[in-house]
Design a protein around this ligand. Structure first.
Ligand SMILES: [Zn+2]
Length: 245
């Protein structure tokens, strides 16, 4: 059954282009690329979103093998479904920027912790966000053993779609965005969000500063994303899709 959130009933599935579906999940988002008899993903939601992740893939792509997951960054609300997918599809490729691989493997953890969050947790929005994050498996081990680095400057082909990764650091050192030139879309991860449980407004904006590893770099990255371009579809890490007419 769909779950009602503060903003909408989820999941909200938007067909951005043929074989490109954006899913606004309960708290974070993923994108499904399908074609060539396979499906691939950009991000995967929290561990607790796994059944919803599988259901949305089945719904838009059918019962096809999952070829690859391109990860924007190694936070548990974006990589939470990867382990489950690897169990079902052991040949799954997990792709990310070289700079992000230690965070995805969990050799190190570059993610907001209790000391940074403590000053905020008295606020109702943060308290509600934290309750959801914990219930959704945000503190569980989501480390992925063998992620691969994409090669800078060269495009990927994922389930028949050209995907161009770009380093977009600040939120984490190796945060990436993924351009989908054929769909005129950009998956921005947490470099740009259009809503988030702790943010009071909807619309393109940086994520709350407490979640950024390097706020100044994150703001530079945010400013570099041309989300105002006519015709572009912005697929954020959190919040609804933004379709520019
Ligand atoms: Zn994040």
């Amino acid at each position: 059954m769909p779950e009602r959130t503060r903003h909408s009933v989820v999941p909200v599935v938007t067909e951005v282009a043929a074989g490109v579906h954006f899913v606004q999940g309960p708290a974070s988002n993923w994108t499904i690329l399908s074609g060539d008899g396979t499906a691939s993903l950009i991000d995967t939601g929290y561990p607790a979103d796994f059944d919803l992740l599988r259901a949305t893939i089945l719904d838009v792509a059918g019962d096809v093998p999952i070829d690859a997951v391109a990860v924007t960054h190694g936070h548990s609300d974006h990589t939470g479904g990867v382990r489950g997918l690897l169990e079902a599809f052991p040949g799954l490729r997990v792709l990310a920027a070289a700079e992000e691989l230690p965070n995805i493997r969990r050799d190190e953890l570059i993610q907001v912790g209790v000391p940074q969050l403590a000053p905020y947790l008295w606020r109702p929005r943060f308290a509600a966000w934290a309750r959801h994050a914990i219930a959704a498996g945000g503190l569980s081990d989501v480390g992925v053993p063998d992620p691969e680095a994409w090669v800078a400057g060269s495009g990927l082909t994922l389930s028949g779609h050209t995907v161009v990764p770009q380093l977009a650091p600040g939120h984490t050192p190796g945060h990436s965005v993924y351009l989908l030139p054929d769909a005129e879309a950009i998956a921005t991860g947490d470099a740009l969000v259009t809503g988030h449980a702790v943010l009071p407004t909807l619309g393109p904006q940086p994520i709350h500063r407490v979640f950024d590893h390097d706020r100044d770099r994150a703001l530079e990255t945010f400013a570099s994303i041309n989300w105002r371009r006519r015709g572009i579809a912005v697929l954020p890490g959190h919040g609804p899709v933004l379709l520019r007419p």
